[in-house]
Design a protein around this ligand. Structure first.
Ligand SMILES: [Zn+2]
Length: 437
């Protein structure tokens, strides 16, 4: 189904800052530790644009004017802006960007998706495409959080274009402790394998917010966090110490507990053209089948991948497989991320993390914050159909948290219904490209 033509204008020609706009000389992208040059870039204000969008959406009756933030940053209490859209009760969807500071494009994708829905909403739809958008906005509730990590993002713009973590300063005592490792065959901490983490006392800047959610297996991964916890190196996936409680993590956790469950979540990251699902969690204190055996989860993921593949070939895999070093099989490279937390907190509710443009390996200088502004719109169009299909699909798998996910779909009546309905989510949004080739 072709989408209505859409012109986002200036919105798709610049990146956003959290709360102000302007043109600034900022550092260029260079490998860490090397001297940066300067380049001039123009930024829009996310706060201002979201305020405008919220007002326009409220006028149309599809955006809640009362929801503006979900929390604040760890270091400077910077607001984390949000937009709540849709008046429906059949499925609640969470769409987020900017948890990693340098992944600027993810802020834009989240914002542009919200803008697209508001600008293409018609109170009296007349075409099939208009009726589809009308249906989504009156049957779903969609939360947009474009920039989870505003303080790290600010630092990545003005100081270090490769900065990934938040901007919290931790005064840590010396560490020399053993931690459990993770057993990927049981989804539990390994009974005997342990590893040692050591680093000196000192001030440490930043925590990787997508490794510091308090999940069942947080910090149990093996090689990655052994290396990464050695601060003072070039590490940028520091998970925090003991049970992590970064304010940005708390903001998302509160959003889920106060306004969830979210039947689907989409967390944008860059880069590599990979669609990630979580591997961990799910079978230790609830009745959901673990993700690798969850047919329902993979049914949805494969449908999204098919839509991505219309424009770019995406790899569908777990962070475990994507980040693991083949030389060290069986080692978990990623725990404490949002997908894992979401699945543990509300089993049966699926999260996906697209690693969007550029492809990997990236054209020179295009990594992370180096992605040119000319790529914002094409990248948005890559993600439009999969995102709309997930929002649509989320109406057909809302079930109580803890409900058992069957691994034998044909024996389950609910499954039979879903399997009839859900393929239409993929069909409807095939070729939905916002009017661009
Ligand atoms: Zn990321």
């Amino acid at each position: 189904m072709p989408a209505p033509p859409w012109d986002p204008g200036d919105h798709a020609r610049h990146y956003h800052l959290n709360s102000f706009s302007g043109t600034f000389p900022i550092p260029t992208v260079v490998p860490r530790g090397q001297p940066a040059g300067r380049e001039s870039k123009t930024f829009r204000s996310l706060e201002s644009d979201l305020n405008d969008l919220r007002a326009e959406g409220a006028r149309l009756g599809i955006v809640d004017p009362g929801e503006t933030t979900i929390g604040r940053g760890s270091f400077l209490s910077t607001p984390i802006w949000a937009l709540k859209m849709g008046t429906g009760t059949q499925g609640r969807v969470l769409i987020t960007g900017g948890i990693h500071a340098r992944e600027w494009i993810t802020v834009e994708l989240t914002y542009l998706l919200a803008l697209y829905l508001v600008q293409n909403y018609r109170s009296a739809p007349s075409t099939p495409e208009e009726r589809r958008i009308h249906h989504l906005l009156h049957h779903r509730e969609i939360w947009f959080v474009p920039l989870i990590n505003p303080e790290g993002h600010h630092f990545s713009v003005f100081s270090d274009r490769t900065w990934r973590m938040n901007l919290n300063l931790h005064d840590l005592p010396a560490m020399d402790r053993e931690f459990p490792t993770y057993d990927p065959s049981t989804y539990e901490a390994h009974p005997t394998n342990r590893r040692r983490i050591q680093y000196p006392a000192g001030l440490y800047l930043g925590v990787d917010l997508n490794r510091s959610f308090p999940t069942h297996v947080w910090i149990c991964d093996t090689k990655a966090s052994t290396h990464n916890a050695q601060r003072g190196t070039a590490s940028d996936t520091f998970k925090g110490i003991d049970f992590p409680r970064e304010a940005e993590n708390e903001a998302l956790m509160s959003l889920i507990s106060d306004h969830g469950p979210f039947t689907a979540s989409l967390s944008f990251h860059s880069f590599g053209h990979v669609l990630l699902y979580t591997r961990w969690g799910g079978n230790h204190d609830n009745n959901a089948a673990p993700v690798p055996r969850n047919d329902h989860y993979h049914y949805v993921g494969q449908g999204m991948k098919d839509l991505y593949d219309q424009r770019r070939t995406y790899v569908y895999t777990s962070p475990y497989r994507w980040y693991s070093n083949p030389a060290e099989p069986g080692e978990a490279a990623c725990t404490g991320d949002f997908l894992e937390y979401h699945w543990e907190r509300t089993p049966g509710c699926f999260g996906f993390a697209p690693e969007v443009s550029p492809q990997s390996p990236a054209p020179p200088g295009w990594e992370f914050s180096g992605l040119p502004e000319s790529q914002i719109l094409p990248c948005f169009v890559d993600n439009l159909a999969p995102a709309l299909a997930l929002i649509c699909c989320a109406g057909y798998f809302n079930q109580p948290p803890g409900a058992r996910q069957t691994t034998q779909p044909t024996t389950n009546a609910n499954w039979a219904v879903r399997l009839r309905v859900m393929p239409s989510c993929w069909r409807v949004f095939r070729d939905w490209t916002a009017g661009w080739p």
